[in-house]
Design a protein around this ligand. Structure first.
Ligand code: SF4
Length: 244
C-alpha cells in the first residue's frame, strides 16, 4: 500500500534509551528527532537538527518509513515515542501518531509553542517549553495559548522551562502564572552545549549542578511548591553525546 501522507523531515531516530528530562524522565523511549526549527536559541543543544548547514544529514521520510524504524528499534514492543527536534510541530505527525496508537504505542511531543497543530489533541503528552530571555528569542504567549487550546484537554500538557539566570527564573514564574493548571518542570540550562561536529566536547557538570542548587534554593525560598526541579539526566550520564 502506498503511503500518501506528507513526508516528515527527520534528523535522527534512535533508542530505546531513557527520556532524560521533564515529566517523563527515566522512561524508556524511542526518539524521532526532526530537522528544522523556526527558532535559533543562543544555547541550543540540538544544532545538528536546527542549522541548515546540516540539512544534508536530514531525510524526508514517509510516516510508514518512520514507523518501521520505531518498530525495529523497539522490537515491536509498545513504548513511549518522543517527537523532538528542532521544532517537531513543523512536521506532519498526525498519521504516525494514529498508526502507533493502533499498536498501543504512546507519543510525547516537546515544542516551544510557536506552531499550532490540530493533531496535538492526538498526543499522549504535550510539553510546552517557552524559551526564556537568555535564548534571545521572543515568546508569543497567544500562540502558546493556542497550542494549549489545540490539545483540548486530551493529552497530558505540562510546562517545561530552561533556566540560566534570574531573568529566566522570573520568566518561568510568569509562564506558570499564565497557565496555573499546568504542572511546571524547571531545568538548569547547559551552558556548554555540544558543537554539532564535536559531541565529545566536555560538559561543565559542576557548573550545571551549581545552577541546579541555585534553582532549588530559589524555588524553596519563594515557596514555589508546585514547581519541580530536574537536571538533564542524559547530560549527567553521557555529556553531549548524540543518539543516547
Ligand atoms: S527551539 Fe529548541 S531546537 Fe529550536 S533553536 Fe531553540 S533550543 Fe534549539
Amino acid at each position: 500500500m502506498t503511503d500518501t501522507h506528507p513526508a516528515i523531515r527527520v534528523s535522527e531516530i534512535f533508542g530505546p534509551t531513557i527520556q532524560g528530562e521533564g515529566v517523563l524522565i527515566g522512561l524508556p523511549t524511542v526518539f524521532v528527532r526532526t530537522g528544522g526549527c523556526d527558532y535559533r536559541c543562543s544555547w541550543c543543544d540540538s544544532l545538528h537538527a536546527v542549522d541548515r548547514q546540516f540539512r544534508d544529514e536530514w531525510q524526508m521520510m514517509s510516516s510508514d518509513a518512520v514507523w518501521q524504524n520505531v518498530v525495529a528499534l523497539s522490537g515491536g514492543r509498545p513504548l513511549m515515542v518522543s517527537l523532538s527536534g528542532g521544532n517537531p510541530a513543523i512536521q506532519p505527525f498526525g498519521a504516525l501518531i494514529k498508526r502507533g496508537h493502533d499498536e498501543s504505542y504512546r507519543f510525547a511531543l516537546e515544542t516551544q509553542g510557536s506552531v499550532v497543530r490540530e493533531w496535538f489533541a492526538e498526543l499522549d503528552v504535550l510539553v510546552l517549553s517557552p524559551k526564556p530571555p537568555s535564548s534571545e528569542m521572543r515568546t508569543d504567549w497567544a500562540t502558546i495559548e493556542a497550542c494549549f487550546q489545540a490539545a483540548q484537554d486530551k493529552p497530558q500538557v505540562v510546562l517545561k522551562l530552561v533556566v540560566f539566570d534570574e531573568d529566566d527564573y522570573t520568566f518561568a514564574k510568569e509562564a506558570a502564572a499564565r497557565f496555573p493548571r499546568l504542572p511546571v518542570y524547571l531545568q538548569p540550562g547547559n551552558h556548554t552545549p555540544p558543537h554539532p561536529g564535536n559531541e565529545d566536547a566536555p560538559v561543565d557538570v559542576d557548573g550545571i549542578m551549581k545552577r541546579m542548587e541555585w534553582l532549588v534554593d530559589s524555588v524553596t525560598r519563594d515557596r514555589w511548591f508546585e514547581a519541580r526541579v530536574l537536571p538533564q539526566l542524559h547530560v549527567m550520564l553521557w555529556g553531549n553525546k548524540r543518539g543516547v
